[in-house]
Design a protein around this ligand. Sequence first.
Ligand SMILES: [Zn+2]
Ligand SMILES: [Zn+2]
Length: 209
Amino acid sequence: MPESRKRRLDPRAPLVIDTRELSRRAGSLRHARLSVPAPPALGTEFLGVPVGAPVELDLRLESVMEGILVSGTARAPLTGECSRCLGALRATVDVELQQLFVYPELHSDASLTESDDIGELDDDRLDLEPAVRDAVVLALPLSPHCREDCPGLCPICGELRADLPADHAHDASDNRWAALAALRHNGTGLTRPEKIGRADPARTEDQES
Ligand SMILES: [Zn+2]
Ligand SMILES: [Zn+2]
């Protein structure tokens, strides 16, 4: 008998759900409300669910001919960073889920299991983590901001624009110094005073006198 090649589900994983209480008779229905600790990497670069934070699931498990159809909602706290001002962000994500998990004996039916949207039951258990992760990541903005009109940072001095006066500006020489500072920072070695002087004729006299 060929051994199953698929990964066995870890029954202790928080998003692995036991469906044994659900009858295999098509039409059987079970509701489940549960709170599970968030797995790692549930989110994007800027915004995500902290590891271990409670993910509240409100699920409907329904026996269908091919397996079990899971639908419902997942809700979890988010922390992250505003992509404009880098300030701390707190929010909540609330997403809808729906995924079909097929019985293992239908495993060989390629038309059923080749689709990414279809999971497999393993010993009457199903792993909801990929579905939750996909739904959460899809729901998150790529560039979250702390508020709709967050003005971000001044590109020259890096200060929070929200804290600066409305007429905050840098004159041209400031811009040059900022550019030089950036070059130095990038390790170009452009640090000798005579080069700085040449780039700015107004200062050459001071330095050469
Ligand atoms: Zn912001
Ligand atoms: Zn500035």
